[in-house]
Design a protein around this ligand. Structure first.
Ligand code: 6PG
Length: 466
């Protein structure tokens, strides 16, 4: 009997759409779900070519050509390990398992090492683009053993979105957990950009008292201009959605949940020792938002008094677009700086240009701004985005307007933690002199922690009482 090209386990929305995408590109695909009725329901709804369902795991595996290629689209964490435990007995040396979920990169490395003993290859593939992306073309960040990745690349590259010049947004990121690491950074940047957008909405709604419609128009204009990108593009739709006579967004509880990928990015930054100022503020902002009860009580203790905007609306809107421009660039810059350091730390052998390129299409953080980052890829790979001429020019052109937005937000008492942190990051990173000398002096004063000097080499300790 003719065997199928690839298999997929886990027919949730993402898995199902990815399977349909693969089938539509002419690859025959075997499907399995731990609840067999889900397979039947899926095939009943999607009577498309190249989709084949199985109820029995052994038959599912047996339906695949060798080496078998099986994509797991199950929730990250324990379900991946559980699925692997069930699957592994049916696999043969040389077979390839691809984890397409948002797995923690260290779990991916652990699984790679465990499966290697049975000569089974395990690939960590970050898949971004949500439900629609999975169906129409996601961004796919592939990581693991090069030879195994090469084996599955023709399929993954074909189902991926297109980059700015029509290439595929499926790309090899590097060894080990590189694919999931790049996806984790992607998500950290996603958190920061979303938070910056939300802070802008808050300034316009609470301080400038604009209607949802006018705010939607502002984001539409941004999307038609230099901030063109997926996250900016979707805002007007979210703002305009009605629920009866009301706007849905006005009825949604201001408590932002998360599945942990932003937290991992910040934890990584702390471990590797790289500042991730705006991304981490965005993670904290989500946490802070969930404490609605405490916030509501504290708001009564320290009420915010409405103030009149100091900047005329038209000017403020222009300033805000510039502020978002600078802040978005810093979110990418922070994430990519961490990636550059992590590459050395974990031996990914990453191609920085490739990581930036696969974000050009299909993924949640796709944006015109990736042109600037692509232009600066050599500086990003060697040192920092801010070293590039592009960055220097762009940041200098928005700094004044961005500062004005932050001043307005501070005096109006509208929290803008990510927009502010991004500016602080920019200003700190471009400061040759920081006050850390005083910190060193204080550390040495109370704890004899020693310091280095600017005028001579060596490690010193002062007698502070003499
Ligand atoms: C993507 C998204 C996707 C998902 C996030 C949401 O690239 O398609 O990043 O992976 O939307 O995991 O994360 P939170 O639930 O933590 O916001």
């Amino acid at each position: 009997m003719k065997k199928n090209t690839i298999g997929l386990m886990g027919l949730g929305t993402m898995g199902g759409n990815l399977a349909r995408n693969i089938a539509s590109k002419g690859f025959s695909i075997s499907l399995f779900n731990r609840h067999p009725e889900k397979v039947d329901a899926f095939l009943k709804t999607h009577q498309e070519k190249n989709l084949y369902g199985y109820h029995d795991l052994a038959q599912f595996v047996d339906s695949l050509e060798r080496p078998r290629k099986i994509i797991l689209m199950v929730p990250a964490g324990a379900p991946v390990d559980e699925t692997l435990t069930q699957l592994v007995d049916f696999l043969k040396p040389g077979d390839i398992v691809i984890d397409g979920g948002n797995s923690y990169f260290k779990d991916t490395i652990r699984r790679q090492e465990a499966l290697k003993r049975a000569n089974i290859h395990f690939i960590g593939a970050g898949v971004s683009g949500g439900e629609e992306g999975a169906l129409k073309g996601p961004s796919i960040m592939i990581g693991g053993e090069k030879s195994a990745c090469k084996e599955v690349a023709p399929i993954l590259k074909k189902i991926a979105a297109k980059d700015f010049v029509g290439g595929t947004c499926g790309g090899y990121m590097g060894a080990g957990g590189a694919g999931h690491y790049v996806k984790m950074i992607h998500n950290g940047i996603e958190y920061a950009i979303m938070q910056m957008i939300a802070e802008s909405y808050s300034l316009l709604k609470t301080h400038y008292k604009l209607s949802n419609e006018l705010i939607a128009e502002f984001f539409e204009a941004c999307n038609d201009g230099k901030l063109n990108g997926y996250l900016v593009e979707i805002v007007p739709g979210v703002l305009r959605k009605r629920d009866g006579k009301k706007y849905l967004v006005d009825l949604i509880l201001d408590s932002a949940k998360n599945k942990g990928t932003g937290k991992w990015t910040s934890q990584e930054a702390l471990d590797v020792g790289i500042p991730l100022s705006s991304i981490t503020q965005a993670v904290f902002a989500r946490y802070l938002s969930t404490d609605k009860k405490l916030r509501t009580e504290l708001a009564k203790v320290s009420p915010r008094k409405a103030t009149k905007p100091g900047i005329p609306l038209e000017t403020f809107l222009q300033n805000l677009e510039d502020a978002l421009h600078g802040a978005f660039l810093m979110a990418y810059a922070e994430g990519l700086h961490l990636l550059q350091k992590a590459d050395k730390e974990y031996g990914f052998k990453l191609d920085m240009g490739e990581a930036i390129r696969v974000w050009q299409g299909g993924c949640i953080i796709r944006s015109k701004l990736l042109k600037d980052l692509t232009e600066a890829k050599n500086e990003i790979a060697k040192s920092h985005f801010l070293m590039s001429k592009t960055a220097a020019k762009k940041l200098a052109s928005v700094e004044k307007a961005w500062t004005a937005v932050l001043q307005e937000s501070l005096s109006a008492r509208i929290p803008t933690p990510a927009l502010t942190a991004a500016m602080q990051y920019y200003q700190s990173m471009t400061s040759a002199q920081l006050p850390a000398n005083l910190i060193q002096g204080m550390r040495d004063f109370f704890g004899a922690h020693t310091y280095e000097r600017t005028d001579k080499p060596g490690i010193f300790h002062a007698d502070w009482n003499s």
